[in-house]
Design a protein around this ligand. Structure first.
Ligand code: CO8
Length: 258
């Protein structure tokens, strides 16, 4: 069974729900509509007793982050509530009572990398590329990346990625623990489904309890709340205008620290 929304698609294969992000014209950038579809689909899958594991993947790319054009049109006084809503959807992934596997192909940048970070297991295709390039826009990660990336790859590597905005390939992502494994692009979905099927055969209660316990040990809430406030602060700066205008104008930004 499959359902096609504007920017996402849901396919149910026996006990597995597969969400595919599908907004090719913007490299699968996350806009409001997509966030809403993701939230609604996750709620649907949470309530579906048939479904025991979920896979999130993307058409061609995984996700290039928040939609920069749409974000640029948001008034600074409204950014905090948008950021909070984004957090709600990303947290929903992390708090699902069923395991969520990210099958990452192509770019997973900014909010796209953060979406993958909220999943329980990350598998990358050889072509996958990861990064938190918000600093190039005069911004910081705003969908949980400051908290989840450091927990996964360690503080040193997380700082390097977030301060430089560097983009790393799948092999490096595997070597620092950002992804669990790398598969040939053409075998990515088969591997993700194989893992999902193994999990789906276990007791869903046991899997749910284990996930809850592992997550609850992370004490992430305070940091996430601060991230929302700091993101909103960055959004009021001239540097943010410089960074986003440079991206949209395909130029190099010159940051002045104001
Ligand atoms: N948002 C909007 N449009 C995008 C995005 C994006 N994130 N990424 C790509 N596009 C668009 C491009 O503007 C371009 O459109 P057009 O054809 O109209 O010029 C089209 O997709 C194709 O992109 P490129 O021509 O740039 O393709 P390249 O192959 O040269 O490069 C990249 C692909 C590397 C993905 C490049 O497009 C890029 O760097 N994109 C931006 C990545 C980025 O900075 N992501 C972080 C965004 S900020 C963020 O995610 C913060 C999350 C928290 C938000 C908090 C709440 C507000």
């Amino acid at each position: 069974m499959s359902t096609e929304n504007k920017h996402t698609k849901l396919e149910k294969k026996r006990e597995i729900g597969i969400i595919t992000i599908n907004r090719l014209e913007a490299r699968n950038a996350l806009n409001r509509k997509m966030l809403q579809e993701l939230g609604d689909t996750l709620t649907c899958l949470e309530n579906d007793v048939q479904i025991r594991a979920i896979i999130i993947t993307g058409n061609k790319d995984f996700c290039s982050g928040a939609d920069i054009k749409e974000m640029n049109a948001i008034k600074p006084e409204e950014i905090e509530s948008f950021c909070r809503w984004g957090h709600k959807v990303i947290n929903q992934i992390e708090n699902m009572g069923k395991p969520v596997i990210a099958a990452i192909n192509g770019f997973a940048l900014g909010g796209g990398c953060e979406l993958a970070l909220a999943c329980d297991i990350r598998i990358a295709g050889e072509s996958a590329k990861f990064g938190q390039p918000e600093v190039n826009l005069g911004l910081i990660p705003g969908f949980g990346g400051t908290q989840r990336l450091s927990r996964l790859v360690g503080i040193g590597k997380a700082k390097e990625m977030i301060f430089t905005g560097e983009i790393i390939d799948a092999k490096e992502a595997e070597s620092i623990g950002l992804v669990n494994r790398v598969e040939k692009d053409e075998e990515l979905m088969a591997k993700a489904e194989e893992i999902a099927i193994v999990i789906a055969q276990k007791s869903p209660i046991a899997v749910k309890m284990a996930k809850k316990l592992i997550n609850e040990n992370q004490e992430i809430k305070k940091g996430l709340e601060k991230e929302i406030a700091f993101f909103a602060r960055c959004f009021t700066t001239q540097d943010r205008l410089e960074g986003i205008n440079a991206f949209l104008g395909k130029k190099k930004p010159e940051f002045k620290g104001v």
